[in-house]
Design a protein around this ligand. Structure first.
Ligand SMILES: Nc1nc2c(ncn2[C@@H]2O[C@H](COP(=O)(O)OP(=O)(O)OP(=O)(O)O)[C@@H](O)[C@H]2O)c(=O)[nH]1
Length: 357
């Protein structure tokens, strides 16, 4: 199975942030359009002396302004926005609107509804609106002196409304389908950019990003962490003796050993080639030593390739990062230095920065 299919969706929240930002922008745009529309309509109604409609336009305009205030709570803001529009449209139907043309404005409702509510909630909301519109039509508009829509024309407005609703719902359905596919592809590509394809571990790029966050947190707290730079001993000779494919299998099995040895909060990364980096969060001297000993024991006792006698060992350089002003580059350089010392000491061992402290 392609390991990239296992990517964690929760690790990548950038997509969600982006969508929320976009929704906020849409809400602001809709609210501003609403404010401009009611301002124009209100001015026209005032000019023509229809003060009842001026009053309703003022209320709707105030609520649109309120939407701008709550725009960051996009669920609340889009609900207020939509039901404010419904209120305005139903008022137009009930009162007959300007020159008895009020009911025509109901055609605005379907596209705005599906745009703001999505398909399922949109169906519920537009049904509620339709019930409200029909009630307003019979209890208000039909009795108005200035009504100009004949029952036949009103029926056509209703049919047109149903058609626009169906078209808007179909558009919303396909928009949702394509955007879901697109966001899956974005997540897949983010996973591609963050994972090592052979071992399915985090790659150096992703780990460096996480390290930047950890080093920042380190500056703000007293928590310390450890970097364990691990190198497979004599890996070239494993490749030479058993072949590159077996070498790859060894790297995959080592990855799984390392992942089983750490906690969820720790990071196991393929640093490059036959090198791995483990970031042990909330670490102490004791926990760093415990983990490296556990790793050596797990690697040494693992039966790598069933039929062949293949002894695999690793050397580890450990850097416990406690100082607030430590830099990533310097800490990794120190871990590398200790790894070099572990190799020089005969391999299959670990060297720590705090050993002689
Ligand atoms: N199979 C396989 N081999 C790799 C991969 N990446 C790097 N290598 C090999 O890893 C080997 C590393 O060799 P060296 O740097 O000489 O290190 P070593 O043999 O482990 O020796 P020491 O580090 O001193 O113990 C090279 O032969 C690389 O070709 C990989 O993804 N798969």
């Amino acid at each position: 199975m392609n390991p990239l299919l296992n990517y964690s969706q929760s690790d990548n929240t950038q997509g969600a942030d982006f969508v929320e930002h976009e929704i906020e922008q849409i809400i602001v745009t809709f609210a501003v359009i609403g404010i401009v529309a009611v301002a124009l309509m209100g001015t026209l109604c005032a000019y023509l002396g229809n003060y009842q409609l001026v009053f309703f336009d003022l209320i709707a305009g105030t609520i649109f302004l309120l939407v701008l205030k709550f725009r960051s709570n996009y669920r609340l803001a889009s609900t207020i926005l939509l039901f404010n529009l419904y209120g305005l449209l139903i008022t137009l139907i009930y009162s007959g609107g300007f020159g008895g043309t009020g009911p025509i404005w109901m055609l605005i409702a379907p596209p705005v509804t599906f745009f703001l509510s999505g398909l399922t909630l949109g169906v519920v909301n537009i049904s509620l609106f339709l019930v409200g519109a029909i009630v307003a039509y019979f209890f208000g508009y039909v009795g108005q002196a200035n009504q100009i829509l004949s029952p036949e024309l009103a029926l056509r407005v209703l049919l047109c409304f149903i058609l626009v609703t169906l078209l808007s719902a179909t558009y919303e359905y396909f928009k949702h389908k394509y955007s879901s596919r697109l966001s899956q592809l974005v997540k897949y590509n983010e996973a591609l950019a963050n994972l090592d394809p052979l071992t399915n571990l985090s790659n150096r790029r992703f780990t460096l990003k996480r390290l930047e966050e950890l080093f920042q947190q380190e500056k703000d707290s007293t928590a310390s962490f450890a970097l364990l730079l691990i190198d497979v001993d004599n890996f070239k000779s494993i490749n030479d003796r058993f072949g590159h494919d077996v070498g790859d299998q060894v790297l995959i099995q080592l990855s799984s050993i390392f992942q089983k040895a750490v906690r969820k909060s720790d990071i196991v990364c393929r640093w490059g080639g036959e090198e791995f980096l483990i970031v042990l969060t909330d670490a102490s001297k004791y926990s760093a030593v415990q983990l490296t000993e556990r790793l050596h024991h797990a690697v040494n006792s693992h039966n790598f390739i069933n039929e062949q006698q293949l002894a695999v060992t690793v050397s580890v350089g450990v850097q416990l990062v406690e100082e607030a002003d430590a830099s990533i580059t310097e800490s990794i350089k120190q871990a590398d230095l200790h790894l070099y010392k572990a190799k020089a000491m005969g391999k299959n061992t670990s060297k720590y920065n705090f050993e002689n402290a």
